[in-house]
Design a protein around this ligand. Structure first.
Ligand SMILES: O=C(O)c1cc(C(=O)O)c2c(n1)C(=O)C(=O)c1cc(C(=O)O)[nH]c1-2
Length: 266
Protein backbone atom coordinates (compact mmCIF):
# COMPACT_ATOMS: atom_id res chain seq x y z
CA UNK A 1 0.00 0.00 0.00
CA UNK A 2 1.29 3.46 -0.86
CA UNK A 3 1.09 5.99 1.93
CA UNK A 4 1.31 9.74 1.54
CA UNK A 5 3.43 11.68 3.97
CA UNK A 6 1.08 14.00 5.92
CA UNK A 7 1.39 17.64 4.85
CA UNK A 8 3.21 16.83 1.62
CA UNK A 9 2.35 15.22 -1.65
CA UNK A 10 5.34 12.93 -1.72
CA UNK A 11 5.33 9.23 -1.13
CA UNK A 12 7.96 7.40 0.88
CA UNK A 13 10.50 5.61 -1.30
CA UNK A 14 11.27 1.90 -0.97
CA UNK A 15 13.95 2.53 1.63
CA UNK A 16 11.89 5.05 3.55
CA UNK A 17 13.30 8.20 1.95
CA UNK A 18 10.89 10.42 -0.01
CA UNK A 19 10.58 10.31 -3.76
CA UNK A 20 8.70 12.87 -5.85
CA UNK A 21 5.30 11.77 -7.20
CA UNK A 22 5.07 13.24 -10.74
CA UNK A 23 1.24 13.04 -10.72
CA UNK A 24 1.01 14.81 -7.41
CA UNK A 25 3.76 17.42 -7.19
CA UNK A 26 4.79 18.94 -3.87
CA UNK A 27 2.93 21.95 -2.55
CA UNK A 28 4.25 25.32 -3.65
CA UNK A 29 1.75 28.10 -2.94
CA UNK A 30 3.80 30.58 -5.00
CA UNK A 31 3.80 28.50 -8.15
CA UNK A 32 0.74 29.28 -10.30
CA UNK A 33 1.45 26.17 -12.37
CA UNK A 34 1.39 23.83 -9.37
CA UNK A 35 -0.78 20.79 -10.02
CA UNK A 36 -3.79 19.86 -7.92
CA UNK A 37 -3.50 17.84 -4.74
CA UNK A 38 -5.04 14.41 -5.06
CA UNK A 39 -8.45 13.97 -3.42
CA UNK A 40 -7.00 12.55 -0.20
CA UNK A 41 -4.37 15.30 0.07
CA UNK A 42 -6.97 18.02 -0.55
CA UNK A 43 -9.36 16.57 2.03
CA UNK A 44 -6.52 16.32 4.53
CA UNK A 45 -5.77 20.02 4.02
CA UNK A 46 -9.42 21.01 4.45
CA UNK A 47 -9.73 18.95 7.63
CA UNK A 48 -6.36 20.16 8.92
CA UNK A 49 -7.26 23.82 8.38
CA UNK A 50 -10.66 23.45 10.05
CA UNK A 51 -9.20 21.61 13.04
CA UNK A 52 -6.29 24.05 13.50
CA UNK A 53 -8.36 27.22 13.25
CA UNK A 54 -11.70 26.16 14.72
CA UNK A 55 -13.21 28.33 17.45
CA UNK A 56 -13.21 25.50 19.99
CA UNK A 57 -9.66 26.80 20.65
CA UNK A 58 -10.86 30.34 21.30
CA UNK A 59 -10.32 31.43 24.94
CA UNK A 60 -14.01 32.27 25.32
CA UNK A 61 -15.13 28.80 24.22
CA UNK A 62 -12.45 27.19 26.38
CA UNK A 63 -13.72 29.12 29.37
CA UNK A 64 -17.32 28.23 28.52
CA UNK A 65 -16.53 24.53 28.34
CA UNK A 66 -14.46 24.62 31.55
CA UNK A 67 -17.34 26.23 33.46
CA UNK A 68 -15.67 29.64 33.81
CA UNK A 69 -18.39 31.91 32.39
CA UNK A 70 -20.65 34.04 34.54
CA UNK A 71 -24.39 33.93 33.87
CA UNK A 72 -24.17 37.33 32.22
CA UNK A 73 -21.32 36.25 29.93
CA UNK A 74 -23.37 33.23 28.85
CA UNK A 75 -26.33 35.51 28.15
CA UNK A 76 -24.15 37.84 26.04
CA UNK A 77 -22.97 34.85 24.01
CA UNK A 78 -26.44 33.37 23.51
CA UNK A 79 -27.93 36.76 22.54
CA UNK A 80 -25.15 37.49 20.05
CA UNK A 81 -25.03 34.00 18.58
CA UNK A 82 -28.73 34.44 17.83
CA UNK A 83 -27.73 36.85 15.08
CA UNK A 84 -25.61 34.05 13.57
CA UNK A 85 -28.51 31.61 13.90
CA UNK A 86 -30.81 34.02 12.04
CA UNK A 87 -28.22 34.54 9.30
CA UNK A 88 -27.73 30.82 8.54
CA UNK A 89 -30.96 30.35 6.54
CA UNK A 90 -30.27 33.65 4.72
CA UNK A 91 -26.81 32.58 3.61
CA UNK A 92 -28.20 29.15 2.68
CA UNK A 93 -30.80 30.84 0.49
CA UNK A 94 -27.93 32.56 -1.38
CA UNK A 95 -26.14 29.21 -1.72
CA UNK A 96 -29.32 27.68 -3.19
CA UNK A 97 -29.28 30.20 -6.05
CA UNK A 98 -25.85 28.91 -7.10
CA UNK A 99 -26.74 25.21 -7.27
CA UNK A 100 -27.55 24.13 -10.80
CA UNK A 101 -29.57 20.94 -10.35
CA UNK A 102 -32.84 20.02 -8.59
CA UNK A 103 -31.24 17.25 -6.53
CA UNK A 104 -28.59 19.59 -5.12
CA UNK A 105 -31.13 22.35 -4.40
CA UNK A 106 -33.50 19.85 -2.76
CA UNK A 107 -30.71 18.66 -0.57
CA UNK A 108 -29.48 22.15 0.42
CA UNK A 109 -33.06 23.32 1.05
CA UNK A 110 -33.13 20.91 3.99
CA UNK A 111 -30.64 23.18 5.79
CA UNK A 112 -33.05 26.11 5.65
CA UNK A 113 -35.81 23.85 6.92
CA UNK A 114 -33.59 22.63 9.78
CA UNK A 115 -33.29 26.21 11.05
CA UNK A 116 -36.67 27.68 10.11
CA UNK A 117 -38.67 24.49 10.82
CA UNK A 118 -41.39 23.03 8.69
CA UNK A 119 -44.07 24.49 10.94
CA UNK A 120 -44.38 27.32 13.46
CA UNK A 121 -42.69 26.47 16.75
CA UNK A 122 -40.25 24.03 15.14
CA UNK A 123 -36.64 24.34 13.92
CA UNK A 124 -33.25 25.52 15.11
CA UNK A 125 -34.09 29.21 15.47
CA UNK A 126 -36.97 28.31 17.79
CA UNK A 127 -34.71 25.95 19.74
CA UNK A 128 -32.10 28.72 20.12
CA UNK A 129 -34.85 31.02 21.46
CA UNK A 130 -35.63 28.33 24.05
CA UNK A 131 -31.93 28.16 24.94
CA UNK A 132 -32.11 31.93 25.43
CA UNK A 133 -35.07 31.57 27.80
CA UNK A 134 -33.25 28.79 29.67
CA UNK A 135 -30.30 31.13 30.35
CA UNK A 136 -32.63 33.89 31.53
CA UNK A 137 -33.09 36.03 28.44
CA UNK A 138 -36.42 37.30 27.21
CA UNK A 139 -37.47 36.09 23.78
CA UNK A 140 -38.11 39.70 22.88
CA UNK A 141 -34.47 40.66 23.66
CA UNK A 142 -33.24 38.04 21.21
CA UNK A 143 -35.73 38.81 18.48
CA UNK A 144 -34.94 42.54 18.53
CA UNK A 145 -31.14 41.86 18.61
CA UNK A 146 -31.00 44.46 21.39
CA UNK A 147 -27.72 43.09 22.75
CA UNK A 148 -26.04 42.65 19.36
CA UNK A 149 -22.41 43.81 19.36
CA UNK A 150 -21.04 45.69 16.31
CA UNK A 151 -18.20 43.22 15.76
CA UNK A 152 -20.61 40.28 15.76
CA UNK A 153 -22.81 42.01 13.22
CA UNK A 154 -19.82 42.64 10.94
CA UNK A 155 -18.49 39.10 11.23
CA UNK A 156 -21.83 37.45 10.54
CA UNK A 157 -22.70 39.86 7.72
CA UNK A 158 -19.29 39.01 6.24
CA UNK A 159 -20.26 35.34 6.11
CA UNK A 160 -23.59 36.12 4.43
CA UNK A 161 -21.69 38.37 1.98
CA UNK A 162 -19.28 35.60 1.05
CA UNK A 163 -22.21 33.28 0.28
CA UNK A 164 -23.96 36.03 -1.70
CA UNK A 165 -20.99 37.16 -3.77
CA UNK A 166 -18.77 34.07 -3.93
CA UNK A 167 -18.91 31.05 -6.19
CA UNK A 168 -20.84 27.88 -5.30
CA UNK A 169 -17.51 26.29 -4.44
CA UNK A 170 -16.54 29.08 -2.04
CA UNK A 171 -19.99 29.21 -0.43
CA UNK A 172 -20.16 25.45 0.15
CA UNK A 173 -16.52 25.23 1.27
CA UNK A 174 -17.10 27.97 3.85
CA UNK A 175 -19.65 25.72 5.58
CA UNK A 176 -16.95 23.12 6.21
CA UNK A 177 -16.26 24.42 9.72
CA UNK A 178 -19.16 22.07 10.37
CA UNK A 179 -16.64 19.24 10.17
CA UNK A 180 -15.77 20.28 13.73
CA UNK A 181 -19.22 21.41 14.93
CA UNK A 182 -20.67 18.04 16.11
CA UNK A 183 -17.78 17.61 18.50
CA UNK A 184 -18.25 21.09 20.04
CA UNK A 185 -21.98 20.34 20.48
CA UNK A 186 -21.12 17.13 22.35
CA UNK A 187 -18.68 19.07 24.52
CA UNK A 188 -21.43 21.53 25.47
CA UNK A 189 -23.96 18.77 26.13
CA UNK A 190 -21.50 17.36 28.64
CA UNK A 191 -20.23 20.68 30.08
CA UNK A 192 -23.45 22.65 30.54
CA UNK A 193 -25.29 20.32 32.99
CA UNK A 194 -22.07 19.90 34.95
CA UNK A 195 -20.95 23.52 35.18
CA UNK A 196 -24.17 25.47 34.73
CA UNK A 197 -26.81 23.34 36.53
CA UNK A 198 -29.09 26.39 36.82
CA UNK A 199 -29.85 26.06 33.06
CA UNK A 200 -32.93 23.91 32.37
CA UNK A 201 -31.56 20.90 30.39
CA UNK A 202 -34.57 21.14 28.05
CA UNK A 203 -32.94 24.34 26.76
CA UNK A 204 -30.00 22.32 25.41
CA UNK A 205 -32.09 20.65 22.67
CA UNK A 206 -30.45 22.87 20.04
CA UNK A 207 -27.04 21.33 20.71
CA UNK A 208 -28.46 17.79 20.66
CA UNK A 209 -30.22 18.20 17.32
CA UNK A 210 -27.17 19.77 15.67
CA UNK A 211 -25.00 16.66 16.21
CA UNK A 212 -26.59 14.49 13.47
CA UNK A 213 -27.45 17.54 11.33
CA UNK A 214 -23.88 18.84 11.42
CA UNK A 215 -22.44 15.41 10.57
CA UNK A 216 -24.75 15.02 7.60
CA UNK A 217 -24.19 18.60 6.36
CA UNK A 218 -20.41 18.38 6.66
CA UNK A 219 -20.26 15.06 4.78
CA UNK A 220 -22.38 16.46 1.97
CA UNK A 221 -20.37 19.69 1.68
CA UNK A 222 -17.08 17.79 1.73
CA UNK A 223 -18.23 15.48 -1.08
CA UNK A 224 -19.29 18.41 -3.25
CA UNK A 225 -16.17 20.49 -2.60
CA UNK A 226 -13.83 17.60 -3.42
CA UNK A 227 -15.87 16.85 -6.56
CA UNK A 228 -15.83 20.49 -7.77
CA UNK A 229 -12.34 21.68 -6.89
CA UNK A 230 -10.26 19.93 -9.51
CA UNK A 231 -7.55 22.48 -10.26
CA UNK A 232 -5.03 23.72 -7.76
CA UNK A 233 -6.50 27.24 -8.05
CA UNK A 234 -9.98 25.94 -7.17
CA UNK A 235 -8.60 23.97 -4.24
CA UNK A 236 -6.85 27.12 -2.97
CA UNK A 237 -10.13 29.07 -3.34
CA UNK A 238 -11.96 26.47 -1.25
CA UNK A 239 -9.27 26.59 1.45
CA UNK A 240 -9.37 30.40 1.48
CA UNK A 241 -13.16 30.39 1.89
CA UNK A 242 -12.88 27.94 4.79
CA UNK A 243 -10.16 30.08 6.34
CA UNK A 244 -12.40 33.15 6.08
CA UNK A 245 -15.20 31.26 7.84
CA UNK A 246 -12.85 30.28 10.66
CA UNK A 247 -12.12 34.00 11.03
CA UNK A 248 -15.85 34.78 11.16
CA UNK A 249 -16.41 32.39 14.08
CA UNK A 250 -13.23 33.59 15.82
CA UNK A 251 -14.08 37.29 15.40
CA UNK A 252 -17.58 36.69 16.76
CA UNK A 253 -16.10 35.33 19.98
CA UNK A 254 -13.46 38.10 20.14
CA UNK A 255 -16.33 40.60 20.26
CA UNK A 256 -18.30 38.65 22.84
CA UNK A 257 -15.20 38.28 24.98
CA UNK A 258 -14.41 41.99 24.67
CA UNK A 259 -17.89 42.85 25.91
CA UNK A 260 -17.24 40.80 29.05
CA UNK A 261 -13.90 42.45 29.85
CA UNK A 262 -13.83 44.80 32.85
CA UNK A 263 -14.77 48.33 31.77
CA UNK A 264 -11.27 49.64 32.55
CA UNK A 265 -9.78 47.28 29.96
CA UNK A 266 -12.16 48.13 27.16
O1 LIG B 1 -22.02 26.47 17.96
C1 LIG B 1 -21.12 26.30 17.15
O2 LIG B 1 -19.94 26.21 17.48
C2 LIG B 1 -21.49 26.19 15.72
C3 LIG B 1 -20.53 26.25 14.73
C4 LIG B 1 -20.95 26.18 13.39
C5 LIG B 1 -19.88 26.15 12.40
O3 LIG B 1 -18.86 25.51 12.68
O4 LIG B 1 -19.97 26.76 11.35
C6 LIG B 1 -22.31 26.11 13.08
C7 LIG B 1 -23.19 25.99 14.17
N1 LIG B 1 -22.79 26.06 15.45
C8 LIG B 1 -24.59 25.81 13.97
O5 LIG B 1 -25.34 25.69 14.94
C9 LIG B 1 -25.12 25.80 12.66
O6 LIG B 1 -26.31 25.64 12.48
C10 LIG B 1 -24.23 25.97 11.58
C11 LIG B 1 -24.47 26.08 10.21
C12 LIG B 1 -23.25 26.35 9.66
C13 LIG B 1 -22.92 26.65 8.27
O7 LIG B 1 -21.86 27.21 8.04
O8 LIG B 1 -23.76 26.36 7.37
N2 LIG B 1 -22.31 26.37 10.61
C14 LIG B 1 -22.87 26.14 11.80
Amino acid sequence: MTTTVPGTSRTPGPSGQERADPLNPPADPHNPLAGPWDAAGFERRLRGLAAARYHDRHPFNRRMHAGGLSADELRTWVANRFYYQCAIPLKDAFVLTKLGTPDRRRSWLRRIQDHDGLTEGDGGIERWLRLGEAVGLRREDLLTHRRLLPGVRLAVDGYVGLCRDGTALEAVASSLTELCAPSIMLTRLEAFPRHYPWIDPAGLAYFRDRVPQGRRDAAEALAWVTEWALTRAEQEQALAALSFKCDVLWALLDSVQGASAPTALR
